[in-house]
Design a protein around this ligand. Structure first.
Ligand code: DC
Length: 225
């Protein structure tokens, strides 16, 4: 009988540190990595460029878009979009298009295709609840809104992008609300998830804890630092 590759699902609100933590955990366990938010951000970028919010059209684009994920680089058709999808306007549009059921449905197959041997670490909002409900380990990563806004602010300033802490806090609050209250696949911890508040923890401490849980469940082979 073919065994399915194990999945570690890491869900949580915007700027909870999911991306950094999930890619680090994947590297340490020798697993593949899926940043599901990038798929929603790609559709958001297309939606902004084409000036459309039409559900059917966006769902078709989601199913058909020609995108390659290669070691942290994201290429849409022939264009490197890794940085372009990180802007705040794209993030805000991503949270808006993410409400569309047909679009979410179209992205399901794409996301599940990332599940390959020896295993997958997937981060997002609904990895443990909808996309991989049978994940071997589910983590709900959170932090206080103030800490998350500060982290996002520092990230943007370090990249040389102008930012305003107050406006960022407001945007984060609005996105949390939209993500948590939408009818389809809302941001909620899976009942069988481990909730981890990273407010007072360093990136290394959070990654260590998740790698520790993974090893307790005998997930992952090669463990480096
Ligand atoms: O993780 P992120 O901030 O890059 O995600 C951008 C938006 O995409 C987020 O506000 C909600 C949406 N999203 C989602 O609905 N489901 C996911 N699994 C991942 C992201």
């Amino acid at each position: 009988m073919a065994t399915r590759a194990p999945v570690i699902a890491i869900d949580g609100p915007s700027a909870s540190g999911k991306g950094t933590i999930a890619s680090r955990v994947a590297k340490r366990l020798g697993f593949h990595y899926l940043e599901s938010g990038a798929l929603y951000r790609l559709i958001a970028l297309i939606s902004l460029r084409e000036g459309t919010s039409d559900e059917t059209q966006l769902a078709r684009l989601a199913a058909e878009m020609d995108v390659v994920f290669n070691d942290g680089e994201i290429v849409l058709v022939d264009e490197a979009v890794t940085e372009k999808i990180r802007s705040e306007p794209v993030g805000i549009r991503a949270s808006e298009v993410a409400k569309l059921p047909a679009l979410r449905q179209a992205l399901l197959t794409r996301q599940r295709a990332f599940r390959r041997s020896p295993g997958l670490v997937a981060d997002g909002r609904d990895m443990g609840t909808v996309v991989f409900p049978d994940a071997e380990l589910k983590v709900f990563l959170t932090a206080t809104p103030e800490i998350r806004a500060e982290r996002r602010y520092k990230q943007l300033i370090e990249k040389g992008i102008d930012a305003n802490l107050r406006a960022l806090s407001r945007d984060l609050r609005d996105r949390d609300e939209r993500d948590a209250k939408r009818a389809v696949a809302p941001l909620v911890p899976a009942p069988d998830s481990q909730v981890l508040d990273s407010s007072a923890l360093s990136i290394d401490e959070v990654a260590d804890r998740i790698v520790g849980w993974s090893l307790e469940k005998k997930l992952g082979g090669s463990v480096g630092s």
